[in-house]
Design a protein around this ligand. Sequence first.
Ligand code: 5AD
Ligand code: SF4
Length: 446
Amino acid sequence: MTKKVLIKTYGCQMNVYDSSRMRDVLAPLGYDETTSVDEADFVILNTCHIREKAADKVYSELGKLRDMKEARATDGREMLIAVAGCVGQAEGGEIIKRNKGVDLVFGPQTYHRLPELMKQRAEQGRAVVETEFQVERKFEGLASAPQAIGSVASFLTIQEGCDKFCTFCVVPYTRGAEFSRPVAQILEEARKLAAKGVREVTLLGQNVNAYRGEGGNGPESLAGLVTRLSQISGIERIRYVTSHPRDMSDDLIAAHASNEKLMPYLHLPIQSGNDRVLKAMNRGHSVSHYMNIIDRIRKARPDIALSGDFIVGFPGETEEEFDDTLKVVADVGYASAYSFKYSPRPGTPAAEKTNQVPEKAKNERLARLQSLILQQTATFNASCVGKTFPVLLEKPGRQQDQLIGRSPYLQSVHLPSDGLKIGDIAPISIKAVGPNSLSGQYSPIT
Ligand code: 5AD
Ligand code: SF4
């Protein structure tokens, strides 16, 4: 008899990848996926701990699930509840104490052992908490390619963890030390994805450009890995996120000039545009170092679309220091960017600081920054109108005979299907800009 699992994913793309691998691990146990909680025999929350809001959502969701579980118990129906991901890793047994409905808690490094944990739960009749770090064994324990592919574009985790210890960030505690998967393992996964029709892979890592996986003759860099991946037939497009300015090596910048499969898009967070704040964040680079990378990458690939992350209201940040962030944004000209109010995270050094910025100032700064970023995105999108570029067609649109694809610059593009099909990479001429996407038309080169 098949059972149903609902996996709710929060947070970053790495969690999206992990959720798809959890589906693979559960399939041999007879679990099919569902999107309806009423149907689910097993609910997994794959959680994020990066900001307080993200973690809070988990507890409110768990409250609702516990009520459902109790209601079902009166009908003699079971419901298993698991907390996976970074809240699981960071809070472990605390979760069980706060919510008695939870059966399993595990971190991002232990989901390959899910069947064993479920068995343990059934045998011992009480909640199981497993938050060990075993990244290496995790990847070895997973099948070599995700089964659950619904798209022609796929994520592929190549690196996990972080050794940089930015003072605001929980990642080194939730995902552990930097670990890179061996090249051969990644190539095998990519080949299997290509055989299933995947044409674009996005390489994932918390510090993806710090990649140093075993390549046969010693460690390989991200640029070297990209070269080897681009030799796989079927894989037409390669992207990578998220990069750290300290690891933006010359060979990677050069790859943007020489490798056509490497898409002209770079997500390179700076977090703040002020050197004192960068130092207090322990970022290990200055504003001028960052601007120098931007100059060099633009020389290598003039049309590259840039993206970044920003934190406003880091402890002690003054109005003038925040203005420096606005200045960097104005100087760089981003195609898109993410900005967040600083959120103190338990166990991180910045959370202990007594000079926290009041909420009101954080709100004002965020609004100013976001309005500048929105303007820049609008400018970038408008600059695409009238241009023709290759779009990878990913899914049907909401209207009949409409397809949705991605531009090289990661914009969503809507177009009439015109005989095209999902998986095609077709020249599309951009006609107009909508609120969250571009619209265009097939424009075959004659
Ligand atoms: N508060 C606010 N934003 C944060 N980020 C990471 N930690 C925090 C925090 N404590 C942001 C950074 C990072 C992105 C993934 O989330 O900008 O790049
Ligand atoms: Fe959130 Fe970071 Fe964990 Fe991703 S790695 S889910 S961003 S805490």
